[in-house]
Write a new protein. Structure first.
Length: 470
């Protein structure tokens, strides 16, 4: 404990990160904790309510979930659709066109979240403290009759709180060692503001990864007038499928769907698809049940599902807005985008960028391509001890966080508490959002996270001793 901290008293609950998860956690904490509890919302970017997904300025980056499923509140499913209707200009949509099947721009969703936070702030005057800064380390403190955490900031004084919710989102992808030799042409963080800077419009580009990040990068390239060939490469070459333009409706869950061996689950789902003839209906019917089914499997089953089924599940489950699906299909049909199955094996600096050698799946002979830019689109890294961000690494170094057994992120208890190296759940550190994938697997999209965050806020609210929170 820093000497200065011992003389202070913790105040309220800190939320680290103000993307969707942190913003919603702050709103629920304001509503569920006693009126005397301050909520300290800490965000390093200075933008509250946006996060990575909804901070994009690009209007072509659409939500991949229809408006009817994007309400921040599961008990008010029409909330976001109603907001879109009431704010056509902010939503960037024509008045009267929004309905529950609309795929709004992601930046409009960020505007919606900003509005929700401002409303909660007005509802509870003086209780929300917005703090711009980066948390670099957290240490638990315990004094006579009080327990809490000290949050160390990159700049400025540390912050004391009774508990902290880590809503730090997805980490940048793990660097691809096979491509490290490419030099300056290789960009590990495709979301970095300068990731596409200096790229000639006719230059060839390699996207390593063929998921949703790849799709965003293709749209961003096209929107800046890029004409050069784009090669997207992943082990299986599977790219996200699209929602249908008519709108996909979830059917009833497959008959006989129950917790049990993974093979039985897969059989049940396959049978339902064969019977109904519409895989989208079946996949969507599983959505509300996915977390419970996942929790019902033992670790060995979970591991097998991840190894064999995850890539297939992801492309069917996390689908593209129809307009985005059409653009990707057009870019592919016109030869501007090639999606291939293969594995990069080496890269060296070359004329105009880099020479990348990859081994196509199933073929013996490696191929070499010349590209001007390589973007790592493989998705978030899981191992907190190897992330470049100081906070996750510090938590691991202190033994406050450990890798989960499936290597998805960190070990988390059923109530959202971080599990330490001693195997015990913390009573002051909690996790919200995508890093809880180690517990729920599906902890990515708004419909997964909103339920979890409201339960976490209630749990924390119940645990905070009323006399100790001021
Ligand atoms: C590109 C993209 C598109 C997506 N599209 C959709 C969609 O259409 N529909 C859907 O349902 N889901 C979508 N998702 C899923 C998305 O993960 C969730 O919807 C949600 O946005 C996750 O929010 P988050 O707050 O947990 O994480 P993030 O949005 O990553 O926010 C984390 C925040 O924490 C801050 N932070 C991190 N570390 C620190 C620190 N040490 N100190 C201070 N601040 C810190 C960051 O600056 C950031 O603002 C998308 C995800 C991505 C990446």
């Amino acid at each position: 404990m820093p000497p200065s901290a011992s003389a202070e008293h913790p105040a309220g609950i800190a939320v680290v990160g103000a993307g969707f998860s942190g913003t919603l956690a702050a709103i629920h904490l304001l509503d569920t904790c006693g009126p005397e509890t301050p909520v300290l919302l800490i965000e390093r970017s200075g933008r509250f309510g946006r996060g990575l997904a909804y901070g994009t300025p690009n209007a072509s980056h659409l939500l991949n979930v229809p408006a009817g499923n994007m309400s921040a509140f599961p008990d008010r499913p029409d909330h976001f659709t109603a907001w879109l209707r009431a704010h056509p200009a902010e939503a960037g949509m024509l008045a009267g066109t929004a309905d529950s099947r609309s795929f709004a721009p992601r930046r409009a969703y960020g505007r919606y979240l900003e509005g929700l936070l401002a409303e909660a702030e007005a509802r509870w005057p003086g209780r929300l403290r917005r703090i711009v800064g980066s948390v670099t380390d957290i240490e638990p403190v315990a004094g006579p009759g009080t327990k809490g955490v000290v949050l160390h900031m990159e700049a400025g004084p540390h912050i004391l709180a009774h508990a902290a919710v880590l809503a730090v989102g997805n980490a940048a992808p793990q660097p691809l060692s096979a491509l490290a030799g490419a030099g300056a042409a290789y960009r590990n963080d495709p979301w970095a503001p300068d990731a596409l800077d200096g790229l000639d419009a006719d230059a060839p580009v390699l996207l390593a990864g063929t998921g949703l990040t790849m799709v965003d990068m293709v749209l961003s390239l096209e929107d800046r007038g890029h004409r050069g060939p784009v090669l997207a490469l992943s082990r299986r070459g599977l790219a996200p499928l699209a929602h249908t333009a008519r709108g996909d409706a979830a059917g009833p869950p497959p008959e006989g769907l129950a917790a049990g061996p993974a093979t039985a689950l897969v059989r049940t789902v396959r049978r339902a698809v064969a019977e109904r003839g519409d895989w989208r209906e079946v996949v969507d019917s599983l959505r509300p049940r996915t977390q419970d089914l996942w929790l019902s499997l033992d670790r060995a089953c979970q591991d097998r599902l991840l190894r064999h089924l995850r890539p297939w599940w992801d492309v069917h489950r996390h689908r593209l807005a129809p307009a985005v699906g059409e653009r990707i299909a057009r870019a592919t049909a016109e030869g501007r985008l090639r999606i291939r199955a293969g594995r990069p094996v080496a890269a060296v600096p070359g004329p105009g960028g880099a020479l990348v050698t990859f081994r196509p799946r199933g073929a013996g002979a490696p191929e070499t391509v010349a590209v001007a830019r390589i973007l790592n689109c493989t998705g978030p890294a899981g191992d907190w001890s190897r992330l470049p961000d100081p906070l996750p690494r510090a938590l691991v170094a202190r033994g406050l966080a450990v890798r989960d057994t499936l290597g998805l992120s960190v070990a988390i208890a059923a109530d959202g508490a971080l599990i330490g190296a001693d195997g015990l759940p913390s009573d002051t550190l909690f996790v919200a959002g995508p890093p809880t994938r180690s517990l729920y697997w599906e902890s990515t999209a708004v419909p997964d996270i909103r339920r979890q965050v409201s339960a976490l806020a209630e749990h924390i609210g119940r645990r905070m001793p009323r006399s100790a929170v001021a």
